[in-house]
Ligand binder design. Sequence first.
Ligand code: AQP
Length: 327
Amino acid sequence: MKTYLSGIQPSGRLHLGNYFGAIRQHIALSETPGEHYYFIADYHALTTVRDPELLRELVRDVAATYLALGLDPERAVLWRQSEVPEVTEIAWMLSTVCGMGLLERAHSYKDKLAHGIKPNVGLFTYPVLMAADILAYDATHVPVGKDQVQHLEMTQDMAGYFNGQYGEVFVRPEAQLADNESMAKVPGIDGQKMSKSYGNAIWIFEEGKALKKAIQGIPTDSRAPEEPKDPKELLLFDFLALFLPEDEWNDWAARVQAGGEGAPGYGHLKQRLIAAVDETFGEARERRRELMSDPAELDRILARGAEKARVRAQATRNRALTACGLR
Ligand code: AQP
């Protein structure tokens, strides 16, 4: 049987990249046969979020986001990472077989440094904790965006080193990418990877004036609508590809490419994008508001999930302790 597992950090409000690259796929998969585990990576978020009240709020916000978008907590286990502390024990055991070079090669760490984010040891060792998160639950399939593939390969390496040394303790997982290339790495409004920490993200539940402002922020140029343009070079078309049916996207693209009188201006295309975002998330916005108004219920859902997840993680932790001689 397949065991799907993935996590998402409560390091800020979840954005379109998180939705199209991960959450949407998580929810769709949770309706297929197999076991489904989704956790809110609050230990990871601690590397960047320093305000305790904000962190509590963001954890509930991630839970409400998943539930509002359609995750059924009876079909998928949804929990707070830190309610299963065994993963930190597993992370320690993995860190003892993980070479420094492996972590030094991590693209995401290098990207964060390049964006001027001051690193701490937790940020550097993030792939080790991520490996423990995955291996603790014997996950076979890990649905992630393209940006996480290298971390998943590191998980495979760490499982391999540990098993090579101590015998078959950990199950080797596979990455499962979004089937559509444009969803696997959603750009931000600056054209780089959309990210909570890069200031280039559009929140999933943005609406009204704030949504309009965010979409106005997608850069365009001063060329007139009549001038033929290559839609593939326009960031706006990457955003439209996320929301529009293929036929409609092709139609707009052909008109922009042809130029002339029938070609839409950027303002027109942005209006269409706003309408498409409203159509996609309108109902979920309401559900999220309701869920956020009952934090105790959100906490109860997460605690029930943690209880189930912990049984699995304790078994793996015990296997690992025995294998390496700590029991
Ligand atoms: N731009 C993206 N395109 C496609 N998928 C993405 N994901 C994130 N950004 C994009 C996917 O979302 C899942 C959860 O990510 P995360 O929040 O745990 O960490 P992240 O990948 O580091 O996301 P951010 O927004 O970039 O967060 P910060 O800035 O806090 O590090 C993952 O499956 C990821 O692939």
